[in-house]
Write a protein that binds this ligand. Sequence first.
Ligand SMILES: *[C@@H]1O[C@H](CO)[C@@H](O)[C@H](O)[C@H]1NC(C)=O
Ligand SMILES: *[C@@H]1O[C@H](CO)[C@@H](O)[C@H](O)[C@H]1NC(C)=O
Length: 335
Amino acid sequence: MALLKVFDPCAICLLCLVLSASELCNGGITGNFLRKEYSPDMPLDSDVFQVPPGYNAPQQIAGFLNHDRGVIISWITPDEPGSDTVLYWSENSKHKNRAEGIFVSYKFFNYTSGYIHHCAIKNLEYNTKYMYEIGIGYTIRRFWFKTPPRTGPAVPYTFGLIGDLGQTHDSNVTLTHYESNPKKGKTVLFLGDLSYSNDYPFHDNTRWDTWGRFLERNAAYQPWIWTAGNHELDFAPQLEETTPFKPYMHRYYVPYASSHSTSPLWYSIKRGSAYLIVLSSYSAYGKSTPQYKWLRDELPKVDRSTTPWLIVLMHCPIYTSNWHHFMEGETMRVV
Ligand SMILES: *[C@@H]1O[C@H](CO)[C@@H](O)[C@H](O)[C@H]1NC(C)=O
Ligand SMILES: *[C@@H]1O[C@H](CO)[C@@H](O)[C@H](O)[C@H]1NC(C)=O
């Protein structure tokens, strides 16, 4: 959450929730992993940061669940825009379908991003494995994802929960810990604080790129549900950068419009037997704000008979015993 991520309450937040209406919910103790107080960054020449070979090879692939049988695939090409196309086909079919995306880029101080592609794929089959290819025209890379089952009250589904990840040795331990969990998380609920690039001199945005490459080994194959934390603000008037959340919002797309939100920083999505609501602790949330009004209209839409679980994600806990962020969530709780 704040500058010293080592003290964050999320430091121990790697647990798997097994959502199943047929089992009693027993929170209990899900792991005994405690993060050390300090972990150094992984060196820039680490395996996890390697640039994929080939001209204009797509990198930093990440998936996001779209509403209703869809996904959003995001990736970055470094040399030129290249193709916005995703080719995809279900495991049991040979016919390649095609979806067209868009690309964006941004500048931050003296950094210029690569070509950031986002492509929504719609109308997929439930519970199906799809292969997909990107980088059409130059260096093609192939990945796969699995679509979730149809939403319903008794649908089992496994979420992982990760926050405050960064790119230290412990970040790699955390990701490996998630990947090796026998419960096999299908979607990560990410609680905010992604790359920590704002902790580097001049908010070094190349650290967004290293982070994206680090994450790809997981995020290319399963969706991550993004929540913005304080490290996503990137508000830096001293660098003449005054648009909050600029790198974050260019790099990660979420389907906010389909939940009638006016901002990618708060939105909802249904998955399995859960209704997920994402809020932004660092955007205005007082009673006259768009976020508050959206939430007020959103909560009545939660139908416990189809989605008995309501999971609300926000970066700053409303209740916390953590002294480092003491009372930081208090004003939101009061609202
Ligand atoms: C990160 O973890 C992966 C998987 O456990 C491992 O293969 C890789 O070598 C690790 N890299 C670093 C820099 O720790
Ligand atoms: C941006 O500016 C900083 C500080 O002057 C410098 O260290 C860095 O190399 C520059 N980066 C680019 C891409 O020019």
